[in-house]
Ligand binder design. Structure first.
Ligand SMILES: Nc1nc2c(ncn2[C@@H]2O[C@H](COP(=O)(O)OP(=O)(O)OP(=O)(O)O)[C@@H](O)[C@H]2O)c(=O)[nH]1
Length: 394
């Protein structure tokens, strides 16, 4: 018979539980606060990098600095609002934010009644339009994943636009915002001049759009580099493992077959030795493209490292996976790669297939181990082959 705890000990248990529960809540709150704080400092350091890049150090701190710094604050604010619900805004949300900002500027512009005010407003709008035009051109590039081109476009278009803005401001003596100091900033805030407010607001909103775009592009780039293989653009091993584990968790809930195929280029060392490492790299890139083109959208293709690739085929049984591997093998072996230097290069690859039958649970490690054995057999049996392995625990 287990001993009953003494009464005193029982009375202590409830307060102790409450203290522990309170401690856990405090820890979670602290953790969340730390996560938000970390997010903010990442945003701040990104903004710092962007403003550093856009405004060369040796230049006089001018009007645009005020604008970009203000835009940065606005951006940070907007980002925090967006991050309250999601960690990352979508391109659609950025567009929406830009549209709202543009509408606001237009409304202010329409309120200017004097001829002179309108003339000044339109001078500023010329600059603003240049900013907007850059942002509009940049967004599709970001959407298509051409991050370098997008950054390049921004950097080459923002500098002339900034110079035009400074010219427009300097041309109007009374509008001149000389140096960034507390006094200037404070007087700007106190200013009742509609023209100055409009000038600043137009440029702020335009710059806000651009800063947002650059910021999100940088974030995208970080995400892309942490999930993609640099050479081929395919998913990397880590991202593949994450997706494959999610898929296996899914089939544990909703039973269905899933297969894994390991692909390894044959005699790849010879290609490097005969044609040089850059051609070897090009072969890996073309091989990656061929694998990607030969599978369905739902399938996941990744580079595991070196000349080894892996495919995850959801909703595919052993027979389907073998047929797909055979199709890929023949397409590689029967058509040469066309190199950039104009030469044709014949290559082949070996394939190892493992499969998780419908209704059966299995680990990713077991699937890998089994596909790896099949790949080993394909190599041992002469290469340019597809082999299957019935793994243990599958
Ligand atoms: N060009 C290039 N070569 C790579 C890369 N990663 C790995 N390699 C080379 O790939 C070669 C792989 O050689 P092995 O492991 O002997 O394989 P193999 O020559 O394909 O022989 P089998 O797999 O047995 O058919 C090595 O020479 C590596 O240096 C890369 O990113 N680019």
């Amino acid at each position: 018979m287990p001993e009953r705890p003494p009464m005193g000990a029982l009375r202590l248990t409830l307060p102790l539980k409450l203290i522990i529960a309170f401690g856990v809540v405090c820890a979670i709150t602290l953790f969340q606060a730390l996560a938000v704080w970390r997010n903010v400092s990442v945003i701040d350091s990104n903004l710092q990098r962007i403003t550093d890049k856009l405004i060369p150090q040796n230049e006089r701190v001018g009007a645009l600095t005020v604008i970009i710094l203000r835009a940065s604050l606005e951006t940070r604010h907007a980002m925090l609002m967006l991050n309250a619900n999601k960690r990352k805004a979508t391109i659609g949300e950025i567009r929406q934010l830009q549209a709202q900002a543009q509408q606001l500027v237009q409304e202010v512009g329409l309120n200017i009644t004097s001829e002179e005010g309108r003339a000044r407003y339109s001078a500023i709008q010329v600059t603003q339009n240049a900013f907007w035009a850059a942002a509009q051109q940049v967004l599709p590039l970001v959407e298509q994943g051409h991050i370098d081109e997008a950054v390049n476009l921004l950097e080459t278009s923002i500098i002339p636009a900034r110079n035009r803005f400074l010219d427009a401001v300097n041309a109007q003596k009374e509008w001149q915002i000389k140096l960034l100091d507390d006094e200037t900033t404070a007087s700007l805030e106190r200013s009742h001049s509609t023209e100055v407010q409009v000038a600043v607001m137009s440029a702020v909103t335009a710059a806000l759009g651009l800063v947002l775009v650059v910021l999100f592009m940088r974030q995208d780039q970080l995400i892309v580099t942490s999930t993609r293989d640099e050479l081929t653009g395919l998913l990397n091993r880590r991202e593949f493992t994450r997706l494959a584990q999610a898929e296996l968790a899914r089939v544990a809930r909703v039973p269905g077959p899933t297969s894994l195929v390991m692909v390894d280029a044959d005699y790849f060392k010879r290609i490097n030795d005969r044609h040089g490492h850059p051609v070897g790299d090009e072969v890996l890139q073309q091989l990656a493209k061929k694998l990607l083109a030969g599978v369905r959208t739902l399938d996941v293709v990744a580079r595991m490292g070196g000349e080894e690739f892996v495919l995850l085929l959801p909703h595919t049984d052993a027979q389907g996976a073998l047929a797909l591997a055979e199709k890929l093998r023949t397409s590689l072996a029967q058509t040469p790669l066309q190199l950039r230097n104009g030469e044709d290069l014949w290559i082949s690859a070996s394939f190892g297939v493992s499969s998780l039958p419908q209704g059966q649970a299995g680990t990713l490690e077991a699937m890998y181990a089994s596909a790896d054995k099949a790949l080993y057999a394909a190599k041992a049996n002469g290469r340019n082959r597809v082999e299957f392995h019935h793994g243990q625990g599958l």
